[in-house]
Write a new protein. Structure first.
Lengths: 387, 231
């Protein structure tokens, strides 16, 4: 610790250069924090408190292929199945395609039995939803975002489903709002709106009697793999074979359809840190080279080779770790903004922790070569300017 | 009889420059007594600074024995030599070689970082050294805020602060005007006479050498003669 003031003063010997170097590291770690958080969020989709007892059944070959409605009845008869519900991808937006709404046609009675603990909905609004054929329950955050209120008529454009009159525009009546009970799932539902499957099935011009996928709640969460196999066995060798997975695995598989998010994010980070390595490494080399006479003086005064080595590495560590901490703190502060951009994905500050390790590795890589040079510095040659 | 603090026996120092071997010190033997102020003179390339580096433990001889403050320097390894320098010798250079980003006081404290002294004691000792060289009022100033003479006094304070028995000075007045140079030389004289420090100083300046108690003249790596000056 007694060497810290000396190392600190050395770090700020060329203030402007140090500030620029720190800034470049701060920005790199801000990016690291943001991208790692996004990667973590995709790799660890939140399932809330009751996620372990949920299964998802889709067509064996693609989620875009529908299943017959009869599957729901057959699955519900399986021992160990507590509830079954069904849904279909509606693909809606409000006014413009950028205003994506995760509008889901649901079978009201069964859906809220499967997700019996997931939502907070007032009794009156639930009753109104059940009694209104064109009714829609909208997430509170979504209501707030667009300034909607209960009683409004809501026109949504489906990118897939035409009505009998060939129109892709569907109109709903907002009869209530809902919130996720688990705060960790709040952002997951922040663009969600529910409407009646009956209305959807009767109104669409094609695909009647089919469903997109099924959600099941099972009695024994520890037997999710066994139950998945049993469900799929029901439809083996039929024209509509199924693929059943625990809900968490399904979420991961769904995200992977977008591409290998982790690879893309890490490739970007790799490029950023590769550049940073050269930038910071060059700065450190230059900084230590400029200080050759000073390092020679320290050795003259009795500072050992190992102590000089440690001091240069400590300087590199100090610079990289401080800048990384600032960058990671900024990315932590940016989490709410990222959440808005990644609706439905839960973010965790835990993703930032590896950043400290990366900063230490970076500091060692960029600090070691000049530190070794400083350690090997010959005093006589350095003082005679022959280094 | 006063004992020799510096003793060199048949010291040879050779450098390799390409395929050529250059003998800088050629079988030199020398004794410097405790408390002596010795001036090393001679033309450029005569081996003065090399000899000073060998005495100060900054360099090793190719052959021969070097004993300083009771320690055979030619037998010490790098780490032990660093420790020895920290405890036994203070260095003063022509261009002061102060750390530009540290205040005078912090510069003087540098050798004390290698001791177990607490921060407060390090500061006290540094201030005492600055007071001894008459520059305590500039303790908070950085080197670029000091004149050449003041910076050299700070460098001398840094050399003194760990209380070494030997001061090695390489052209300590080479960058100073006459008045500042005389002040620095008088200070070195006082340190030798009143504080018992052994001072070995390399200089080109005959007037500077006159402040020393003994003048040694070198040429081609050997001592030519010795001039003892009346104290």
């Amino acid at each position: 610790m007694k060497f810290l003031p000396l190392i600190w003063a050395t770090l700020w010997r060329k203030k402007f250069r140090t500030i620029l170097t720190l800034l470049s590291i701060v920005i790199a770690f801000l990016l690291f924090g943001v991208l790692e958080t996004v990667d973590y969020a995709f790799a660890h989709p939140s399932q809330g408190q009751s996620g372990a007892d949920k299964l998802v059944t889709i067509n064996k070959y693609s989620i875009t292929l529908s299943l017959p409605f009869s599957h729901a009845r057959q699955i519900s008869n399986l021992p160990g199945i507590a509830e079954v519900t069904w849904l279909t991808w509606f693909g809606a937006y409000f006014k413009e395609s950028k205003n994506f709404i995760f509008a889901l046609p649901i079978d009201t009675a069964s859906y809220f039995k499967v997700y019996n603990d997931d939502f907070v909905i007032s009794h009156d609004q639930m009753l109104a939803f059940s009694n209104t054929r064109t009714g829609m329950l909208v997430n509170s955050a979504l209501m707030l975002k667009y300034g909607w209120k209960v009683g409004d008529k809501l026109p949504l454009h489906s990118t897939i489903w035409t009505q009998k009159n060939n129109s892709l525009d569907w109109t709903f009546d907002i009869v209530g709002t809902f919130d996720a009970k688990d705060p960790l799932q709040a952002s997951q539902y922040s663009t969600t709106a529910f409407f009646h499957y009956e209305l959807f099935d009767e109104g669409r011009s094609f695909g009647k009697g089919t469903i997109g996928w099924l959600n099941e709640r099972i009695n024994d969460p520890s037997d999710s793999a066994g139950m998945s196999s049993k469900i799929d066995a029901l439809f083996a060798n039929s024209p509509n074979e199924t693929k059943t997975q625990p809900a968490k695995e399904f979420a991961l598989a769904f995200i992977k359809q977008l591409g290998d998010i982790g690879f893309i994010l890490h490739a970007i980070l790799g490029a950023v840190f590769f550049t940073l390595l050269f930038l910071t490494g060059n700065t450190m080399m230059q900084s230590v080279r400029e200080r050759t006479p000073e390092l020679a003086i320290l050795k003259t005064l009795g500072f050992s080779n190992n102590l000089v080595l440690a001091m240069v590495i400590a300087e590199s560590l100090l610079m990289c770790v401080i800048a990384a901490l600032i960058g990671l703190c900024l990315s932590y502060l940016a989490l709410p903004i990222i959440k808005q951009g990644l609706q439905g994905v839960e973010l965790s500050p835990r993703a930032l922790l590896p950043g400290i390790g990366v900063a230490v590795v970076l500091a060692l890589i960029v600090g070691l070569p000049p530190a070794l040079g400083a350690m090997r510095l010959n005093i006589v040659d350095a003082l005679a300017d022959r280094h | 009889m006063t004992e020799a603090i510096v003793s060199l026996r048949n010291v040879v120092k050779e450098y390799q420059r390409g395929k050529q071997t250059i003998e800088v010190i050629a079988g030199l033997s020398l004794d410097i007594l405790k408390g002596e102020f010795v001036a090393l003179m001679g033309p450029s390339g005569s081996g003065k600074t090399t000899l000073l580096n060998l005495i100060g433990g900054l360099d090793r001889p190719t052959s021969g024995e070097i004993t300083v403050a009771g320690q055979r320097l030619d037998q010490l390894k790098s780490g032990a030599l660093s420790d020895w320098r920290a405890n036994n010798v203070g260095f003063v250079f022509q261009f002061y070689n102060l750390m530009p980003m540290l205040s005078a006081q912090r510069n003087v404290e540098l050798p004390l970082l290698l001791t177990n002294l607490a921060a407060a004691q390090r500061k006290t000792n540094a201030m005492a050294a600055l007071t001894l060289v008459g520059i305590a009022d500039r303790a908070k100033h950085k080197p670029n805020e000091l004149s050449g003479g003041q910076a050299q006094r700070v460098a001398i304070a840094r050399a003194l602060v760990a209380d070494p028995s030997l001061l090695v000075c390489d052209e300590p007045t080479g960058d100073l005007d006459r008045k500042s140079a005389d002040e620095v030389l008088r200070l070195l004289q006082i340190l030798s006479r009143e504080h018992g420090k052994t001072v070995v100083m390399v200089t080109h300046d005959p007037k500077a050498a006159e402040f020393a108690g003994r003048q040694l003249h070198m040429d081609k790596g050997t001592l030519l003669d010795a001039t003892r000056v009346a104290a």
